[in-house]
Design a protein around this ligand. Structure first.
Ligand SMILES: [Zn+2]
Ligand SMILES: [Zn+2]
Length: 438
C-alpha cells in the first residue's frame, strides 16, 4: 500500500468509520527546506510565520528555512525555546505559558526540531487556532504526525488532543547526521508496534473497544526494512533510515486518524512512562522515550510469550489500590487511573475463563506478537538500548518500575493481563534476568 495516497483525504474505511487524514504533505527529500515556501503558501493566505526551534535545531535547519522563507516573501520571526536546567528544552505548562504570552503575530507556525519542539508548536497552534508544519531533525519518536501532545503539567505527564501538522518535512542528510542515540530511540519507539497492536486487539476482543484493522496494518509494509535489517540502521543506510522515519510518521498518522494513541502505544510504553514519572518523584534523570520503550517492548513481548502458553487461564484479581507511598505527589492521579480500570479488569477476568473466548483471543493476537528474543536481537544489532545498564537504570529501579507500571493508565494492556494471570509479579526477576540484564 502506498501510504502517501492517504494524505489530505477522507475515506470510508473497512472498520465502518469515515477517516479523515488532515496531514497534507510529507516531504522526505534533500531539498525539503527549499520546498517549504511554496508548500506552506497553500496552508494560509497570510504571510507571517513564526519558527520555533532550540539553539541547535535553529542552526541545523531553522536558519536556512527562515532565510528561504524571507526570500519567498514571508515575514519570519524566530522563536527560540530556551534550554532547561537539565539540558534540552522541555514541554511543560511553564514553557508553554511563556511561549503563548510572547508569541509574535503569525498566520502559521513552523516547528524545527524533534519531540519537544514539535509538541510545543502543536500545542500553541491548537490554542491559537493556527495551522502548523514541522521540519523534523531526527527519526526519534512517532509524534510528528500525531494530533496528541504529551506535556508535563504540574509535574505530571499528561496527554491531550491538540492538532496534527499540515506538513512534515525532513532532510535525509539531517536525519542521518542526528546523534545516533536519537535514531536508535526512534527504532525502539517503532518496534512497539507488534505489542501495541496486540493490546489494541485485546481491548477490542475482551472489552468491545473500537479497532481499525486498516490503521493497525498501516506501517506493516515498511517494517521489514528496519526489523529484518537492524544493522542497516546502525550503519545509517539511507533506505533503512527513510523506512524508519516514514514508519514513525505514519504511526503518528494512524493515531491521528483513530483519535487515540492505541495504534502505537500499549503495555510496552508503560515502563517508559513509569520511569519518567519516577523521575518526577525523585529527580533521578530518565533516558530518552524510545530507548526506554525498546526495553519495555522486550519485556512486554516476554509477557505475551508466557501468556500465549496458557491453555486454561485462572485469573486472580489485582489489589484494589495502588502503592501510594511509591507515587508520592503523583498518587492521586495514578489512583484515579487505576480505579477507573478496575471494572474493566473484572470484565477481562470473567471473559478469559470462557475457553472459546480465550482461544479466539490467542489466535487473533499470535500473528502480531514477536518473541522477546526477536525484539532484543533487533535492538542489539542496531546498537540501540536493550538492557537496564544501557538506559542508566540500576536493576532495583528497573524492578520497581516493572512492579508499578500496571498502576498508571486506565486502558488495560498486556501488563494487566500478565497481572491477572499471575505472571507478574511472580516472574519479574527471572524475566528481568533473562531479557534486560545483558
Ligand atoms: Zn478504519
Ligand atoms: Zn512512543
Amino acid at each position: 500500500m502506498n501510504c502517501e495516497q492517504l494524505l489530505n483525504t477522507t475515506f470510508q474505511c473497512q472498520c465502518g468509520k469515515t477517516h479523515n487524514v488532515p496531514i497534507r504533505k510529507i516531504v522526505y527529500a534533500e531539498d525539503a527546506v527549499e520546498a517549504m515556501p511554496s508548500i506552506l503558501t497553500a496552508f494560509t493566505s497570510g504571510r507571517r510565520i513564526a519558527i520555533l526551534a532550540d539553539s541547535r535545531t535553529w542552526s541545523i535547519a531553522g536558519e536556512k528555512a527562515g532565510s528561504l522563507l524571507r526570500q519567498g516573501g514571508w515575514t519570519v520571526t524566530p522563536v527560540l525555546v530556551p534550554d532547561s536546567a537539565r539540558g534540552g528544552p522541555i514541554c511543560d505548562d511553564r514553557t508553554f505559558r511563556n511561549l503563548h504570552r510572547n508569541l509574535p503575530p503569525a498566520d502559521i507556525l513552523l516547528a524545527v526540531g524533534a519531540g519537544v519542539i514539535n509538541d510545543l508548536a502543536k500545542w500553541l497552534a491548537f490554542e491559537r487556532d493556527l495551522p502548523y508544519a514541522v521540519c523534523a531533525t531526527a527519526a526519534t519518536m512517532n509524534g510528528y504526525a500525531a494530533a496528541n501532545v504529551a506535556p508535563t503539567v504540574k509535574g505530571v505527564k499528561t496527554l491531550h488532543v491538540a492538532r496534527a501538522p499540515q506538513a512534515v518535512f525532513a532532510v535525509p542528510s539531517v536525519i542521518r547526521d542526528a546523534p545516533f542515540e536519537l535514531t536508535a530511540a526512534g527504532l525502539g519507539d517503532v518496534l512497539a508496534k507488534p505489542v501495541s497492536t496486540a493490546d489494541w486487539l485485546m481491548n477490542h476482543l475482551l472489552l468491545d473497544e473500537y479497532f481499525c484493522p486498516f490503521c493497525a496494518r498501516l506501517i506493516n509494509d515498511l517494517e521489514p526494512a528496519y526489523f529484518d535489517h537492524p544493522t542497516a540502521i546502525r550503519d545509517r543506510q539511507p533506505a533503512a533510515l527513510e523506512a524508519l522515519f516514514t514508519a514513525l510518521v505514519y504511526s503518528g498518522v494512524a493515531m491521528t486518524v483513530v483519535g487515540t494513541s492505541a495504534p502505537a502505544s500499549g503495555g510496552e510504553h508503560m515502563l517508559s512512562h513509569t520511569l519518567d514519572m519516577m523521575s518526577s518523584v525523585d529527580n533521578v534523570p530518565h533516558d530518552l522515550h524510545g530507548r526506554q520503550v525498546g526495553l519495555g517492548t522486550i519485556f512486554a513481548a516476554a509477557l505475551y510469550e508466557q501468556i500465549l502458553k496458557i491453555d486454561t487461564p485462572k485469573p486472580v484479581l489485582p489489589p484494589a489500590d495502588i502503592d501510594h507511598n511509591f507515587w508520592q505527589h503523583l498518587a492521586p492521579n495514578v489512583a484515579e487511573q487505576y480505579q477507573n480500570k478496575q471494572p474493566l479488569l473484572n470484565t477481562i477476568a470473567q471473559k478469559i475463563t470462557n475457553p472459546q473466548t480465550w482461544n479466539t483471543f490467542r489466535e487473533a493476537v499470535r500473528p502480531h506478537v514477536r518473541t522477546p528474543q526477536q525484539i532484543k536481537n533487533c535492538l542489539k544489532q542496531a546498537s540501540a538500548a536493550h538492557t537496564g545498564t544501557d538506559i542508566n537504570c540500576p536493576r532495583p529501579r528497573l524492578k520497581n518500575a516493572i512492579l508499578h507500571m500496571h498502576e498508571i493508565r486506565k486502558r488495560p494492556t498486556v501488563i494487566d493481563l500478565a497481572r491477572l494471570l499471575n505472571i507478574l509479579p511472580t516472574q519479574t526477576d527471572p524475566l528481568i534476568d533473562q531479557y534486560l540484564t545483558h
